[in-house]
Design a protein around this ligand. Structure first.
Ligand SMILES: [Zn+2]
Length: 420
């Protein structure tokens, strides 16, 4: 089995770096970024493809078989709360089987797969009952392809807990490296006078976000297209410098998004989303700011759903951005919140009469992605994929341009108002 060889891949976690040592971070980002780029390039000649997915079994034993065109390397780890089996593959994988083949079955209540970052793919099997793999192996078949076989069985809480703790794994196996490269590095000297905006495309990679009823429109694609447009609009406006937290289809944990914004000296973070609601008649945009207490039930439910992103991807939440016993941090946080509120109101006012808004379009909830203590942060629900009209609009370039233009106008006003 090829577990040991991949244990150390991409294990550069920002957690291990002194957060104040920017130089160390930059050096690391670039050197590992180069390694990752090299690694992906070496593989791109003959990409790894997953061509088939089979899941069968019952509540005690379930087998998952994934067909590959080449022999995949993989490693297995476990997490609890909820119970998850995590299979990491140290390569890019193109998933070419129909998504419905990988619907949850037997022991597993949720199956997710996708990119964590360049050169790192993950499969997450979630189960209600504690479960582990009795065995996992790669078999060659006569047609020259390979089969990854994962034999899941029900186990006890104690046994699963022992497996979780057998690994000194912190769960954060995404890499900062590839991202650093794509960000174009931290804010540069000449940009220090610019108003820096982190544009955050919600979801990505293994975390698809919401999916429209017919399965055709996927939130992570909508948010990325919007984020690119919004960053372009900002960068075309003098005095602004925008960067993307992700510029392709990779997963970013919520705390990584916050960290990327802070490390790049953002004056503002805008996170973009397009979720679904049970009430398909609800449509229009909403602007969210953070608060411990949600403004209403819809806001609370949405935040709860957004906050499971890390869980879906098998990432252990990192609470470093949330520690706030220090009174200075508390003060900063309050001030930051006031700025966020002010901008949210201005964006809503700019949207009014121009694009459709939901009732009470400025709402509050405990979104983890908005918790940077020192960077005013907003989450914009651009519309809802559960509504047909909104879904159509969200896929249109003209709508992307219009909404982005309005956000930039409002931010320009805000910037003038706070004297920057
Ligand atoms: Zn979302």
């Amino acid at each position: 089995m090829s577990i040991s060889g991949v244990k150390h891949f991409l294990s550069v976690g920002a957690k291990r770096l002194n957060p104040f040592s920017l130089q160390a971070i930059v050096a690391c980002v670039f050197c590992v970024g180069w390694l990752v780029a090299f690694h992906s390039q070496a593989q791109s000649a003959d990409p790894l493809k997953a061509t088939g997915f089979l899941i069968a079994g019952d509540a005690n034993r379930t087998r998952v078989v994934i067909d590959f065109n080449q022999k995949p390397e993989f490693s297995v780890r476990y997490l609890q709360d909820p119970n998850r089996t995590i299979v990491d593959i140290p390569s890019d994988v193109s998933f070419e089987f129909p998504a419905e083949n990988a619907a949850a079955a037997g022991l597993y209540t949720l199956v997710r797969y996708g990119a964590m970052s360049a050169g790192h793919t993950r499969i997450v099997l979630t189960s209600d009952a504690p479960s582990s793999l009795e065995f996992s192996k790669v078999e060659a078949d006569s047609s020259g392809s390979f089969r990854l076989v994962l034999e899941g069985v029900k186990t006890t809480e104690e046994k699963l807990s022992a497996l979780v703790h057998a690994d000194d794994w912190d769960g954060v196996h995404t890499t900062q490296a590839g991202r650093g490269g794509r960000l174009g590095g931290p804010a540069t000297q000449e940009s220090t006078n610019a108003f820096v905006i982190a544009v955050d495309a919600g979801h990505g990679g293994i975390d698809t976000g919401a999916i429209s009823r017919d399965g055709k429109t996927i939130e992570k694609d909508i948010t990325l297209a919007f984020a690119q447009e919004l960053a372009d609009e900002f960068n075309a406006r003098p005095g602004f410098k925008a960067f993307l937290t992700r510029s392709d289809d990779v997963f970013l944990s919520l705390s990584e998004r916050v960290r990327i914004a802070r490390q790049n000296g953002a004056n503002l973070m805008i996170s973009l989303h397009a979720d679904t609601l049970r009430q398909s008649f609800i449509r229009g945009a909403t602007v969210y700011t953070i608060s411990e207490k949600a403004s209403d039930r819809l806001a609370a439910e949405l935040a709860q759903r957004e906050n499971v992103s890390d869980e879906i991807a098998g990432v252990v939440p990192d609470d470093t951005a949330a520690e706030a016993s220090d009174i200075l941090i508390d003060l900063t946080r309050r001030e930051t919140q006031a700025f966020s509120e002010r901008l949210a109101k201005m964006i809503v006012a700019t949207f009014e009469g121009q694009i459709r808004l939901i009732n009470n379009p400025h709402r509050h909830a405990g979104f983890h992605v908005l918790r940077a203590p020192d960077v005013p942060s907003l989450l914009i629900e651009l519309g809802f994929l559960s509504n047909k009209e909104d879904e159509k609009l969200l896929t249109e370039e003209s709508y992307r341009k219009q909404v982005s233009g309005l956000i930039v106008d409002a931010t320009d006003h805000y910037k003038a108002l706070i004297g920057q």
